[in-house]
Design a binder for this molecule. Structure first.
Ligand code: CA
Length: 406
């Protein structure tokens, strides 16, 4: 196993942010946002580090976020990753780099890139079937299109927030008997998802094939797609999710590069019927063995297994562009709620409480079907890495604050 001269926890095989992970984010040092790489419990500031040691790429980190670096594409990503890896593992760089390392404790992080377009998919068969059974108990739990295409919708990029940002309970319309009423959502929910961050764009009119997935997608975040089920249930016919989803979407402060997830690639789940040719990923599956954990007020409530997803991120990207829709740097797309086959693997409270018909109990004795004000949700994930180490996807954390009272 490769070790870093930082020593300590960063070298433990079970530390999710050892030298095999190296995720990118933006930290605020003395009031200034600075692109950084996370190693253990520290951040390496990339502006001074590349300025001193990799001047040909220093321009990628001159801006306030990772936008320029993301847009630069896979050759630059690999150059920088290889350099950072050698800096952190070769004792010869220690003296020069130590002043550029900042402890993470108490260090503010901001959204690591400006989100361009945001798309949310619905790619877990377990989740789709669970929701289908609740909403349409008398018919097939999957709609006829579901196994032919990754179902998705375009969401709201401007309300994507970084981990740690409070989320205000939304207000809106909901059905009440034969009429409607307006007020704070009474069915505020989470959705445990994995988000994919796009670097280089693509021209309008030119679909991105599955084989080009790694030319466009830089890396992975955890994504909590907060959802107001009562608002959603009333508004979504016939055009789909709108205000029940658009008030906030939280993502990790650190992006784990796809380059760190090679050992986490696993075969696709069996698919029937066979996907159309543009969605055929035979021999090139980007199914990822990510083990997600969801905690509510510190208590583990679910372990969604990402490897059970029906559609992969490469198929989602191919579908999202097959009509000629273009990509832009900073595009973000979510996998949809990740739910495994078991009860304790469900990625939403809607499923964990089965539509509020089976509230679950927390360790403090309180019961939940949906979120209460003050509740804090934290999602984390790890994946297999090289030589038995674990690769981390940084946490996404958010706390619910009370709705506006007028
Ligand atoms: Ca979602």
């Amino acid at each position: 196993m490769t070790e870093t001269w930082l020593g300590g926890a960063a070298n433990a095989a079970d530390h999710p942010f050892g030298v095999a992970t190296l995720p990118y984010g933006v930290v605020v040092v003395a009031g200034e946002p600075q692109p950084a790489v996370r190693i253990g419990e520290s951040a390496l500031l990339l502006r001074p580090a590349t300025g001193a040691l990799l001047p040909e790429h220093a321009g990628l980190f001159a801006g306030p976020d990772l936008g320029t670096f993301l847009a630069a594409g896979p050759d630059s990503w690999l150059d920088v990753r290889a350099s950072v890896t050698s800096w952190l593992t070769d004792e010869a760089y220690r003296e020069q780099l130590e002043p550029m390392l900042v402890p993470l404790a108490g260090l503010p992080t901001v959204l690591p890139f400006s989100v361009a377009d945001y798309v949310d998919f619905y790619a877990s068969e377990n989740h789709a079937r669970n929701v289908g059974q609740m909403l349409r108990p008398d018919s097939d739990s999957l709609l006829p299109n579901w196994k032919h295409l990754p179902v998705g919708y375009h969401g709201r990029a401007g309300t994507v927030v970084v981990s740690g940002t409070d989320v205000r309970r939304p207000r809106g319309q909901r059905k009440a008997g034969d009429g409607v009423e307006f007020g704070p959502s009474q069915r505020l929910d989470i959705e445990a998802e994995v988000g994919f961050v796009v670097g280089p764009g693509s021209p309008q009119g030119r679909p991105v094939p599955i084989a080009d997935f790694t030319r466009h997608v830089f890396g992975v975040v955890l994504l909590n797609d907060w959802s107001a089920r009562d608002i959603q249930a009333w508004e979504y016919v016939p055009l789909g999710p709108f205000l029940g989803k658009s008030f906030a979407t939280s993502i990790s402060a650190w992006i784990t590069p796809l380059a760190a997830l090679e050992a986490a690639r696993v075969p696709a789940v069996p698919r029937d019927p066979a996907p159309l040719p543009y969605l055929d990923d035979t021999g090139d599956s980007w199914n990822l063995d990510l083990s997600i954990e969801v905690r509510l007020n510190g208590e583990l409530i679910s372990r969604p297994p990402f490897a059970t997803m029906y559609w992969t991120a490469a198929q989602m990207l191919a579908h999202l562009t097959v009509n000629g829709a273009s990509l832009r740097p900073g595009d973000l797309y979510g996998s949809g709620t990740v739910s495994g086959p078991e009860r304790d693997q469900r990625g939403s409270l809607l499923e964990l409480s089965w539509g509020a018909s089976q509230p679950f109990e927390l360790a403090d004795g309180s019961q939940r079907s949906f979120l209460a004000d003050g509740d804090e949700v934290v999602m984390t994930a790890t994946a297999p890495g090289p030589d038995g180490v674990r690769i981390g996807i940084a946490e996404v954390r958010g706390r619910i604050t009370p709705a506006l009272s007028d």
